[in-house]
Design a protein around this ligand. Sequence first.
Ligand code: PMP
Length: 375
Amino acid sequence: MIYLDYSATTPPNTEVLNTFIEVSKNFLGNPNSLHKLGLDAKNLIDASTKQIANILGVKEKEIIYTSGATESNNAAIFGVIENYEMRGKEIITTKLEHSSIIEPLKFLEKKGYIIKYVQLDKYGRVDLEDLKNKISNNTILVTISSINSEVGIKQDLNQIGQLLKKYPKIIFHSDITQSVGKEKLDLTLVDLASLSAQKFYGLKGSGILIKKENIELAPFIKGGKSTTKYRSGTPSPALIASTSKALRLAYESLLAKEEKIKELNTFLIKELSKIKEIHINSNKYSIPNIINISILNIKPETMLHALEENEIYISTKTACSSNSYSEAVYTITGNKDLSNTSLRISISYLTTKEELTEFLNVLKEKIKILTLNSK
Ligand code: PMP
């Protein structure tokens, strides 16, 4: 098998799986229980939270555990609008956001909120001048992801944060799901941030919302006691300890992993550029982990399944998108044909050059066959 869909999800690290099993076996108490078993579970969560906060450069009390970035994004958006609704009804975002941002915003638009999409430059980067112009007295929230999941465009969160600092009443949220574990983070100027453990070799169903201590949020999931008042439900010591382990491991030897991915990316882009049917949609602001291409005249689903016959796994666009074309590719290229035919190859430090060579050989073969079939 050749797995080239690491941006959709990563295989859990074996050490992470072992942590999950060990903690599930040995910490059976409900962390909210007052007896010793409860306390042991709570202490384990606290130790994990300390490690997570340390790595992310935030305070322990700023960590809210969720079921994933989808929930974190929803909790951030709905928590802000409920808590700060008196401040205004305008939200600013981009056309490069994940569906777990776009869909809540579309819902709010129907409820009377004004959603403004900030202009992007030709590389898909936020136009700061336009962002400034779009801000009004009614703006309560700006939500911009650090890295787009389809084309891999990386935004400069610090520049955006510097601009937003001049507007203390506006809350700045960032979906940092595609950044965590891939690059060092600086969340100094971000008020709220969402992430998901499944993207850094952790487990699916485990996420975090970072909420800076000066920000208040209405709880999205209401109920009984948990690690914070912002998200009810019995916290899972096993998931939380696994997430903490996954995060620590992801940041181990980060430079060496980054170097390897850059090398693989250079090789892949060079080889893909030689195939005349292929157009590369990623650009110099895409992270090296994500290579987005279009093969005109071949349906992405057809190519995906053709590669699957050889046990090669890539993606048509993000696994969660509801559109039939790629909004991100369209936004960046302005070309409907390219956005209708885009494919995402996402690599990891686990990827080998041999895997990429095999992938390229099979890809060329499939292009030949599928082009002939369509004639
Ligand atoms: N945001 C981004 C940028 C993502 O890539 C994903 C996962 N595809 C999510 C949010 C949602 O994460 P989860 O499915 O773990 O909730």
